[in-house]
Design a protein around this ligand. Structure first.
Ligand SMILES: Nc1ncnc2c1ncn2[C@@H]1O[C@H](COP(=O)(O)OP(=O)(O)O)[C@@H](O)[C@H]1O
Ligand SMILES: [Mg+2]
Length: 168
């Protein structure tokens, strides 16, 4: 392998990350909206963090920014999955906290949706080995009443370009 090929390979395979400080719920909403613009079918975002960290707030803001007709975006705590039609494609919003087994992930149609739709998944640890390797991982940490630290991690090079919208 040539040195430049090796470097490109390492860049493609190694974990990249970006940390943002979200100083208010409104700033989280703006960040979600900015990221929403670059999402396409086949993009999966995994949202991790404790209860109240802002996973649903982020997903709701992102979905609402892409809807052409305003709609409620309830937390999928009990339904596990809610879907929305947008000009950029169908969005699946999942909350897997109450999932009893990873078999259910396939029954819900999520594994297919990872390939064909835009997916936003809360509690993705429940996916086990069904977790898509090319997903963007967003981790939320509570740093104060109204402040959160957001860390984005990814290995698939497509996200390096998409996340330019958040580097400003
Ligand atoms: N900077 C912030 N970003 C996101 N949510 C925030 C922020 N500051 C305060 N909050 C509040 O924290 C709560 C997050 O709740 P939610 O999004 O349901 O959390 P989760 O889905 O992670 O359990 C909301 O009440 C939201 O208004
Ligand atoms: Mg939630």
């Amino acid at each position: 392998m040539q040195l430049t090929d090796a470097r490109t390979y390492l860049m493609r395979m190694s974990t990249q990350f970006l940390t943002l400080s979200l100083t208010s719920p409104e700033q989280t909403t703006r960040t979600a909206r900015d990221l929403g613009v670059v999402l396409r079918n086949g993009d999966t975002i995994l949202l991790t963090g404790d209860v109240g960290a802002g996973k649903t707030h982020f997903a709701r803001s992102l979905i609402q920014s892409l809807l052409t007709t305003p709609e409620d975006v309830p937390s999928p705590t009990f339904t596990l999955v809610q879907t929305y039609e947008t000009p950029q494609g169908q969005i699946w919003h999942a909350d897997l906290y109450r999932l009893s087994s990873s078999i259910e992930v396939e029954e819900l149609g999520l594994t297919d949706a990872f390939d064909t739709s835009i997916c936003l998944v809360e509690w993705p640890d429940r996916l086990g080995n069904l977790r898509p390797a090319d997903a963007l991982d967003l981790s939320f940490e509570t740093t104060g009443d109204d402040t959160r630290r957001l860390t984005a991690r990814w290995t698939d090079a497509k996200w390096s370009e998409k996340l330019d919208v958040l580097r400003k």
